[in-house]
Design a protein around this ligand. Sequence first.
Ligand SMILES: *[C@@H]1O[C@H](CO)[C@@H](O)[C@H](O)[C@H]1NC(C)=O
Ligand SMILES: *[C@@H]1O[C@H](CO)[C@@H](O)[C@H](O)[C@H]1NC(C)=O
Ligand SMILES: *[C@@H]1O[C@H](CO)[C@@H](O)[C@H](O)[C@H]1NC(C)=O
Ligand SMILES: *[C@@H]1O[C@H](CO)[C@@H](O)[C@H](O)[C@H]1NC(C)=O
Length: 575
Amino acid sequence: MKFIYGLSLAFAASATALEQQPLQHGDKQPNIVVILTDDQDLHMDSISYMPLLKKHIIDQGTFYKSHYCTTAICCPSRATIWTGRNAHNTNVTDVFPPYGGYPKFVAQGWNQNWLPLWLQDAGYSTFYTGKLFNAHTVENWNSPHPSGWTSSDFLLDPHTYQYLNATFQRNDRPPVSHEGEYSTDVLAEKAYGLLDEAVKLGAPFFLTAAPVAPHSDVNASTFVNPGTGEDLKGIIMQAPIPADRHKHLFPDVKIPRTANFNPDKPSGASWIKRLDKLSDTVIEYNDHFYRRRLQALQAVDELVEGLITRLEDYGILDNTYIIYSTDNGYHISQHRLNPGKECSFEEDINVPLIIRGPDVPIGETNIVSAHADLAPTILKIASAKWGWDGLDGSPIPLSEKELEASKRSRQEHVNVEFWGRGIPEGIYRFSLDDGKVVAYAPNNTYKSLRVISPSYNLQYTTDPGQLNNLYPTSNFLPEQTLLGLPLSKVLPRLDALLMVTKSCKAKTCVDPWSVIHPAGNVKTLGDALNPRFDGFYTEIAENVRFDKCELGYILESEGPQAAAVFQGDSGESEL
Ligand SMILES: *[C@@H]1O[C@H](CO)[C@@H](O)[C@H](O)[C@H]1NC(C)=O
Ligand SMILES: *[C@@H]1O[C@H](CO)[C@@H](O)[C@H](O)[C@H]1NC(C)=O
Ligand SMILES: *[C@@H]1O[C@H](CO)[C@@H](O)[C@H](O)[C@H]1NC(C)=O
Ligand SMILES: *[C@@H]1O[C@H](CO)[C@@H](O)[C@H](O)[C@H]1NC(C)=O
């Protein structure tokens, strides 16, 4: 039998509004509190060092263990969270202009089309304190002011990451320096003040507290725009600074020695594969860096308790959803990497997400979700009518019933994408196998795909430490198998899926298989592995590739865009 397939632009797929399904709740719309940390890991145990988070949120709600950020760096990730769109659709792909930062967010029109405005339309009052975006500065804070906030108090660059010299900017007032005060503690007081305001107003409210911990401390006096690459020589991203009261904690704790911790053999792809093994001196420093992160998180842990206690005292805790997450994950020494993020390894992309709320059961789940799902989740909690058009995610199941149903129906893929550089943090930079110390950040533009189901768990690797790259390279073993099938059968399916997800829009992000199999009979990789599609997948002419490695989303450099489409078993007659 001959299989015939045609081509269609993934872009052409319609961006119909997600169906809005209001929650069943009482007379009063629930309040929503988001606590968003910065660079917090799930894979180096940071959560286990936060007893108050455990007591008040983890032990009272659901831990979403397969939650992903899709672009592992602050500003693009935050743009995704607050617009409900992947970075290739916000085109906020970097932390600084020209490809990212607050000015790019504004230039793309998102300041007029994002979650706080949609929530205000739904009757909510909206509050925010802490870090919003990179390149939101003491210069541009009012040109324009972020829209949609009833009351706000933003951390501003270049002082955002200075734990002991933060600058905050409240409503329409000029920026105020907090030299000598501890950033997270200043933020906690502001969050409590905003909560008081919110309660006084009486409307249902949305409140975000976004401390910088456990991000590196960045000394503003040496801060330069990484958009120009080599200038990074001057940047010092040192270990985070804890509050004085926490500096003595965890003296003997070390980074978990997992299989991928400073491995004997190089791993990963591209520049990562060229990294030298880290020396004992570097590992000792990295362990110190790790402890500093855990210590810096203690003030966040106290903030969690502070918020919960106040919600309880106001008698509104039972009608409030609390969402705890972070913008992206973090690695220290895994795959021989010095402290940092921006990679597609689990350490960087699989991030904490914990939700407690009126109908959220206590427990944990492995259903797949991503940051683009947070805006739809919040819109659904708020019974919002506006904002649903063009969202790349779908509401995360919250109730027992929804969680159960989603086991059968929810997507199993996460689109992972990055443009720009891999930036080493800490005092040591990267050292490559040729002995060259890389004082700047290497090009790190890539696309990847994460696929998870009860019977498979893939990202072009299958081992838990992600040490073995399955993608055909010079040492590719043709006899290697995956899911009991030859690699040559599975990889074309993954490539075809990636061809869709890398440029998906709205519905096609949620159900990318529908682009390849418009008949609607393929919903998962498992379905696509049906031998009746073997011919179709082996004949696909073009794989995902870049024509040029750019630092931003330049369509002309992004290689083929057209996804292959299966026309049916009797394809000839359909042409
Ligand atoms: C703290 O920030 C202010 C600006 O807000 C600046 O004038 C001052 O020099 C900074 N202090 C230190 C120690 O960096
Ligand atoms: C930043 O670095 C400069 C130069 O090394 C130093 O003088 C200054 O004290 C540092 N500031 C902070 C807030 O760490
Ligand atoms: C990194 O990307 C920039 C911009 O595309 C390019 O000019 C430069 O040659 C690249 N460097 C390497 C080492 O590939
Ligand atoms: C994304 O933004 C950059 C910088 O403004 C621009 O050059 C590029 O064409 C944009 N990409 C898309 C796909 O619109």
